[in-house]
Design a binder for this molecule. Structure first.
Ligand SMILES: NC(=O)c1ccc[n+]([C@@H]2O[C@H](COP(=O)([O-])OP(=O)(O)OC[C@H]3O[C@@H](n4cnc5c(N)ncnc54)[C@H](O)[C@@H]3O)[C@@H](O)[C@H]2O)c1
Length: 262
């Protein structure tokens, strides 16, 4: 292995799929995961291809440990800020502690993760790449998701900033804005709905492809954005959302399209 990557939130869902994909691409991957059981299971499954640090991305010492561990194994070329939490809420009935925790995890830890990555790239003189996992919530508002929407919009803005500021050094940054992806996070959101079956159906048909996305479909795009195949791509937030944000109004497919379904 002649390159390493840091990925946050590797215990489940999208982060775990990204870690898997990057090990297949011959990276040594340092994962950060706050959940002890899932973190340990990743370490056991991938053995010496990875090093999982059990800790919180909001702690500077954990981000630094991840960076140092990666560099100790191979030059650090890639950093993926994926860890986030989903807490709903609005402005007229705010829960301050939840809002502050959400901004800490979903925006501040991404900010400091990017800072750690940029400093590592500069110190090593490496034209590295960053991928931030944003959301379609970063570009479209969803009722009841005030803090989550705001944090994801911030992630997109931060990604653009990095691309502009550090582009002259050959460093690239992109975000991925997933639609609804079948992960533990989504399952929790669905199960909290008054009618979970209806909520899952509604989330599926939010996408013109009429299904939920799968974690590997985000991991494939992340690997592409970290690779030389996307060497002129920077500063973008790419929606991987089954076409959801390509439309602003949902209508039933025409009879012609329904007749063509296979
Ligand atoms: N699942 C979706 O539908 C969806 C849609 C759009 C965007 N996203 C984004 O994708 C990313 C991954 O989401 P997911 O659905 O895989 O979530 P998930 O909850 O299934 O997995 C997230 C992992 O990150 C870990 N984690 C959370 N906070 C952490 C912290 N502070 N420090 C260390 N580890 C932490 C969790 O323990 C968990 O293992 C998030 O940024 C999320 O906002 C998800």
């Amino acid at each position: 292995m002649n390159k390493s990557a840091v990925v946050t939130g590797v215990g489940s869902g999208i982060g775990r799929a990204i870690l898997k994909k990057l090990t297949e691409e011959d990276y040594f991957v340092v994962g950060i995961e706050k959940d002890l059981i899932s973190g340990k299971s990743v370490q056991t499954e991938y053995g010496n291809k990875v090093s999982v640090i059990i800790g919180d991305t909001c702690e500077e010492s954990i981000l630094k440990e991840a960076k140092d561990t990666a560099i100790a194994n191979a030059p650090l070329w890639s950093w993926v800020n994926n860890a986030a939490i989903a807490l709903s809420g609005n402005l007229h009935n705010p829960k301050r502690a939840e809002v502050e925790r959400l901004f800490d995890v979903n925006l501040q830890s991404v900010y400091w993760g990017c800072s750690e990555a940029i400093r590592a790239f500069i110190d090593q003189k490496i034209r590295g790449a960053i991928v931030n996992i944003s959301s379609i919530h970063g570009r479209s508002a969803f009722s009841g998701w005030a803090a989550y929407d705001s944090a994801k919009g911030g992630v997109d803005a931060l990604t653009r900033y990095i691309a502009v500021e550090y582009g002259p050094l050959g460093i690239r940054a992109n975000a991925i804005a997933p639609g609804a992806i079948r992960t533990e996070m989504l399952t929790r959101v669905i199960n909290e709905a008054a009618d979970p079956a209806k909520a899952e159906l509604e989330m599926s048909i939010l996408h013109p492809l009429e299904r939920l996305g799968e974690p590997h479909e985000i991991a494939d795009v992340a690997a592409f954005l970290l690779s030389s195949q996307s060497s002129f791509l920077s500063g973008q937030s790419i929606a991987v959302d089954g076409g959801a944000t390509a439309r602003c109004f949902r209508y039933d497919s025409s009879e012609e399209i329904n007749a063509l379904k296979f």
